[in-house]
Design a protein around this ligand. Structure first.
Ligand code: SAH
Length: 302
């Protein structure tokens, strides 16, 4: 028997929209396409991380609850964080008390801790918080490792996460994710799968945790500062960018301007194993993620 036989995505969205007007500022574009919802769940099985009674799913921004419904139909435990009071009341009305299996918190997902035994994140993310949510996911994962993360985000953002469509998509976002994840692009999702329809296409994107041997001791903060710094002037040669100390460098423990200038002058006339020839004269998008790792390690050991 299917749980909640009388519910479907259309109905959930209609019930919520009867009571409220979707707010752009909260990224309220609700999924109405059943295929996309089923796909979001099916992906976990394809990556051999199926939802079952051992799973604990985190959903960020359940809204009307269409994705929520499908997660609850699996055997998984679910924690959902929703900031919008109207959505929370709606979810409490439509889903009966499922005890420990379903926890719904009225909460800004960016604030406060997430449960430490989350195995899956499945979410149609509110677009305006995509970047800080990813940062939080990555920090959470370092302490509480997860199995798989399936997100629906803007297509252009998904491409920057995965960095697979040419050099333009390379940047600090993808470089940072690379430290901990392999990023896979799934289907493009046209805007008519949502109500109200957003202006741009979306995409399902998957993060699979990976451990990279070469990164066991990397200074992640320094890595992020260096990539952000160099990519903030994409057309500039790496040599030129590195000659100035990055903004916010002193947020990295033990680092300050003089130390940076010294470190850079120490490395700039040496060959660094693993770096391409003449790398100082390249642009940031010419370097692969592992080059940024080598560069970070070289700078931090000088
Ligand atoms: N998952 C639903 C709704 C997606 S719309 C669906 O696919 O249909 C995005 C949802 O995120 C909205 O319900 C919005 O209220 C919620 N939201 C926006 N900002 C949030 C935040 N900071 N924390 C938690 N939820 C948020």
């Amino acid at each position: 028997m299917t749980l909640f036989n009388d519910l479907d995505a259309r109905l959930l969205v209609d019930l919520l929209r009867d009571r409220m007007r979707p707010q752009k500022s909260l990224g309220q574009h609700f999924l109405v396409d059943e295929q996309v919802i089923l796909r979001s769940i099916q992906i976990s099985s394809e990556f051999k991380k199926p939802l079952n009674h051992h799973s604990h799913v985190l959903e960020i921004g359940p809204g009307p609850g269409s994705l929520t419904l499908e997660i609850l139909r699996s055997d998984a435990k679910l924690t959902a964080l929703e900031i919008d009071n109207e959505s929370v009341s709606h979810l409490k009305r439509v889903f009966p008390d499922l005890g420990e299996r379903f926890t719904l918190n009225e909460q800004d997902a960016l604030i406060g801790n997430w449960p430490n035994d989350i195995s899956h994140i499945i979410s149609n993310l509110p677009y305006q918080i995509s970047s800080p949510v990813l940062e939080k996911i990555q920090n959470h994962h370092l302490i509480n490792p997860m199995s798989i993360i399936i997100l629906l985000v803007q297509d252009e953002f998904a491409e920057r996460m995965a960095m697979k469509r040419g050099y333009d998509t390379r940047g600090p976002l993808g470089m940072s994710l690379w430290l901990d994840f392999d990023v896979y692009l799934d289907r493009k999702i046209p805007s008519n799968c949502f109500s109200p329809a957003p202006k741009v296409n979306s995409r399902l994107v998957i993060l699979i945790p990976t451990k990279r041997k070469e990164l066991s001791n990397i200074n992640r903060k320094l890595f992020r500062i260096i990539t952000k710094h160099c990519f903030s002037n994409r057309r500039r040669k790496i040599r030129t960018s590195l000659s100035r100390s990055p903004k916010r460098l002193n947020r990295v423990k033990g680092w300050h301007k003089e130390k940076w200038i010294n470190a850079i002058s120490n490395i700039s006339n040496k060959t660094i194993e693993g770096m391409p020839d003449e790398w100082l004269d390249l642009r940031p998008e010419d370097l692969e993620p592992n080059h940024w790792a080598i560069l970070t390690n070289t700078i931090s050991s000088n």
